[in-house]
Design a protein around this ligand. Structure first.
Ligand SMILES: NC(=O)c1ccc[n+]([C@@H]2O[C@H](COP(=O)([O-])OP(=O)(O)OC[C@H]3O[C@@H](n4cnc5c(N)ncnc54)[C@H](OP(=O)(O)O)[C@@H]3O)[C@@H](O)[C@H]2O)c1
Length: 279
């Protein structure tokens, strides 16, 4: 059983979540989400952008697990950074998921290309709706994703509620120190997307050596490092054996020296720059 973090709003969140990015809508997203819940995941991460909420929602429903035992996250995409946009986007996500509420709703991206000259206002307005939806019970916790320090500081100027979570790219060799430090200081749970380096860590010689040393797999060592740092990893797989493997790592006791080596692993893809990305 995976334990939980307590967020700054007092609610809890399972320390490992199941990622669904690129799990194709239909059988793939449905079966993999169902397998994940069967394997013991109680935290599912999807997004409107992934276009698989309908299949993920069906798997949640068919899993037979009580709704209040599952933690479900979805995200507001880049076409909805306004009060009315966020209202419509959340309603559409809830309908596709067939849920009355989500446990966590995130602003997926801080600086969409279409509103690059007024992203601060876009985030503030979407957030204003999210605070209302939280009060109305449509969302339990509200948070952000891919926010850097200047995005968090801009949001703080108008927000009544501090984000409970910031979901950012964090993987071996990809450690965003400035925003990680800010989130720790403000008691914001740091979720790690791409915790397996989106696949790139599997061919890394240093990661392979560490896997051998701990008698575990590369994926398991990377996930153990994520928890070591106090992050919340969201590994994705559509394969049953890997889905199970990615939950079987909490017995690993990384040494401080090895954790440091993983943090500084060479050759990792850096996190995308949210202020210049082409979407
Ligand atoms: N907020 C954001 O902007 C953002 C961006 C990206 C991702 N995310 C979230 O974070 C989750 C994780 O990120 P990600 O999916 O991009 O990357 P990831 O979890 O780091 O890596 C997934 C890749 O690793 C493979 N894999 C998984 N477990 C494996 C294992 N044990 N052995 C070998 N290969 C394995 C998967 O292949 P198979 O599926 O074929 O097994 C897939 O190709 C996403 O699914 C999504 O929920 C959020």
């Amino acid at each position: 059983m995976v334990s939980v973090y307590t967020m700054n709003d007092g609610l809890t969140i399972p320390k490992v979540g199941f990622g669904t990015f690129k799990a194709a809508d239909g059988e793939e997203a449905y079966q993999s989400t169902l397998e994940a819940i069967k394997a013991g995941y109680r935290h599912i991460d999807t997004a409107a952008y992934y276009r698989n909420e309908e299949s993920v929602g069906r798997a949640i429903k068919d899993s037979g697990i009580a709704r209040d035992e599952l933690f479900v996250t979805t995200k507001l995409w880049n076409d909805a950074h306004s009060y009315e946009g966020a209202k419509a986007a959340l309603a559409a996500s809830l309908e596709r998921l067939q849920l009355d509420y989500v446990d966590l709703y995130l602003i997926h991206w801080p600086n969409p290309k279409a509103i690059r000259d007024h992203w601060q206002e876009g985030n503030a307005e979407a957030w204003r709706y999210m605070e209302e939806a939280q009060k109305a019970g449509l969302i339990r916790s509200i948070g952000v994703s891919n926010f850097l320090v200047h995005h968090l500081e801009a949001l703080a100027k108008t927000a009544k509620v501090t984000p409970a979570v910031n979901q950012i790219r964090l993987a071996p060799g990809c450690y965003q120190e400035e925003v990680v430090d800010y989130c720790r200081k403000h008691d914001i749970v740091i979720e790690a997307w791409g915790p397996l380096g989106q696949g790139e860590i599997f061919s890394n010689a240093d990661m392979k050596a560490l896997a051998e040393k701990y008698d575990k797999t590369v994926a398991q060592v990377a996930l153990a490092w994520s928890l070591y740092e106090g992050f919340l990893p969201l590994p994705k797989s559509v394969h049953k054996d890997r889905i199970k493997e990615n939950l079987d790592f909490t017995d690993i006791q990384l040494s401080a020296e090895d954790a440091d080596a993983i943090r500084h692993l060479a050759g990792a893809t850096p996190a995308p720059d949210p202020d210049t990305k082409d979407f």
